[in-house]
Design a protein around this ligand. Structure first.
Ligand code: 5GP
Ligand code: ZN
Length: 114
């Protein structure tokens, strides 16, 4: 999608530090990390947010948790644990309107964190 920074990252127009890629997903380091490990996992298909998912996105939605697990394992977070965050919509602080999951790890985290 034009003017979507994450679509531009997927197609290489904007550089990123890739940590994982398959046919459906792309994962890269967040430019402003809030934890020692902070990676974003995005579907290659432009979907605005969880709120905008339709039946046609069932394949992407269904595969995304497995992709998150794969990336977390690749980052060495599987044993100690990690947090997955999907900011969805304005009040939740979603600033990029291409659905993405934050994988956060590498430190003790407090909960609740809202
Ligand atoms: P949101 O606030 O929408 O949940 O998260 C968007 C995230 O994208 C933020 O954590 C922000 O630091 C990250 N981000 C925004 N622009 C870029 C960019 O150009 N490159 C990378 N690697 N991360 C970005
Ligand atoms: Zn996009």
């Amino acid at each position: 999608m034009e003017d979507c920074i994450f679509c531009k990252i997927i197609n290489g127009e904007i550089p990123s530090r890739k940590v994982y890629e398959d046919d459906t997903f792309y994962a890269f380091e967040d430019i402003a990390p809030v934890a020692p490990v902070h990676v974003l996992v995005i579907p290659k298909k432009h979907v605005k947010s969880i709120a905008a998912l339709t039946e046609a996105d069932g394949d992407v939605a269904g595969k995304m948790l497995f992709a998150l697990r794969t990336v977390a394992e690749k980052l060495g977070l599987a044993e100690d644990g990690y947090r997955v965050v999907f900011n969805t919509g304005e009040k939740a602080g979603q600033t990029v309107h291409h659905m993405h999951a934050h994988i956060l790890g590498g430190k003790e985290m407090a909960w609740p964190g809202v």
